[in-house]
Design a protein around this ligand. Structure first.
Ligand SMILES: Cc1cc2nc3c(=O)[nH]c(=O)nc-3n(C[C@H](O)[C@H](O)[C@H](O)COP(=O)(O)OP(=O)(O)OC[C@H]3O[C@@H](n4cnc5c(N)ncnc54)[C@H](O)[C@@H]3O)c2cc1C
Length: 312
């Protein structure tokens, strides 16, 4: 049962931060409530004050960062559904749109927000995993001002971030990949949240004509694995095995990269499976994501379908 609380509905970030600072431990930021209200019903969190962030000016916006004109900024109170439907997101970061369509279920997507997802830091987050390959940074606002942190520094571990109690997550900014990048996102799960998620992006040199002769060089590879370690991680050793290769030689390299990724994760036994099982699955799914990305680079889409697996 929910204990009584007072709902505050500030319209500016300054007001909201002042409320959080003044109310201290008694208050929590409240966006879609899909995590927060659940925790409150279970009695795991007992805030007496909820500070609703959905009316704060700018928190519901999606736009290009004014400074670069290229990076994509998504306000903290933007819902998964709005991300999925945004023409700007689809144009600049198409894989983010496709992944948004596969977050949770339609009920959660309609109210759950990007900021709530990142601030909650559930290790089974699709967004945190994918955003690592887009060099994401988050904006934190407090009575002391504004700071920006790389997403990797913001998420510290399971349900733990670098956010101070009087700070609000204002937005996340993504760096779109170059246009000659082929990518794939693959997730597997039997529970509500993914058991394993892999994002892979391959940037080609483009000089030999992607997809025509299979000789394009991979000039940059990005691989992130989520859900199995304490937080989502970029797999530097796997990426190094893919860089400077011809896309035509990807099959052998994908196997080596998948093994490197499996060696690089730090899984634990839990309800989602044993550590050994997860390590094995990382090898399978990193290989799968890389092969799908490579097929897309050649202009093909694999028709293969796997049980409990989402390909975006
Ligand atoms: C059934 C179910 C299935 C799910 N499946 C998936 C899935 O497949 N993939 C996936 O990635 N996620 C999944 N999720 C997680 C879902 O994406 C999040 O629940 C949602 O995005 C959280 O957003 P919210 O707005 O509801 O957050 P809230 O519940 O409002 O808040 C969550 C936490 O973040 C804090 N917070 C919220 N906004 C801010 C802010 N602006 N600044 C600072 N702190 C803030 C709150 O105080 C709270 O601690 C699932 C959740 C459920 C319930």
């Amino acid at each position: 049962m929910l204990r009584p609380f007072t709902l505050h509905r500030p319209e500016t970030a300054e007001e909201a931060c002042a409320l959080l600072a003044g109310l201290g431990e008694e208050a929590a930021a409240y966006a879609g409530g899909t995590e927060l209200l659940l925790m409150m019903k279970l009695g795991l969190l007992r805030p007496r004050h909820l500070v609703d962030v959905k009316r704060i000016r700018g928190f519901g916006d999606i736009g290009l960062e004014p400074l670069s004109g290229r990076r994509l900024t998504i306000g903290a109170a933007v819902t998964h559904r709005a991300v999925e439907q945004s023409a700007l997101v689809r144009a600049r970061c198409p894989l983010v749109s496709s992944v948004a369509r596969h977050v949770a279920n339609v009920r959660v997507r309609n109210v759950g927000t990007v900021g709530g997802n990142l601030a909650f830091a559930d290790p089974h987050s699709d967004l945190a995993t994918l955003f690592l390959t887009l060099d994401a940074s988050v904006e934190l606002l407090s009575p002391r001002g504004r700071r920006e942190l790389p997403l990797d520094d913001f998420v510290r571990g399971p349900w733990e971030t670098s956010r101070a109690s009087d700070e609000l997550l204002g937005s996340v900014t993504l760096t779109p990949w170059a246009s000659d990048t082929a990518a794939a996102y693959v997730k597997f799960g039997v529970h509500e949240r993914p058991t394993l998620a892999v994002a892979a992006a391959l940037r080609l040199d483009g000089t030999t004509g992607a997809g025509r002769n299979g000789r394009d060089r991979i000039v940059e590879a990005r691989v992130a694995v989520g859900c199995v370690s304490l937080k989502p991680v970029r797999m530097a050793a796997a990426e190094a095995r893919l860089t400077d290769l011809s896309i035509g030689d990807l099959d052998d390299a994908a196997r080596a990269a998948a093994d490197a990724a499996a060696a690089g994760v730090d899984p634990a036994d839990d309800l989602y499976g044993s550590a050994d099982y997860k390590r094995e699955m990382v090898a399978v799914f990193v290989g799968r994501a890389l092969r799908i990305a490579a097929a897309r680079a050649r202009g093909a889409e694999s028709a293969a379908r796997f049980p409990h697996t989402v390909v975006a």
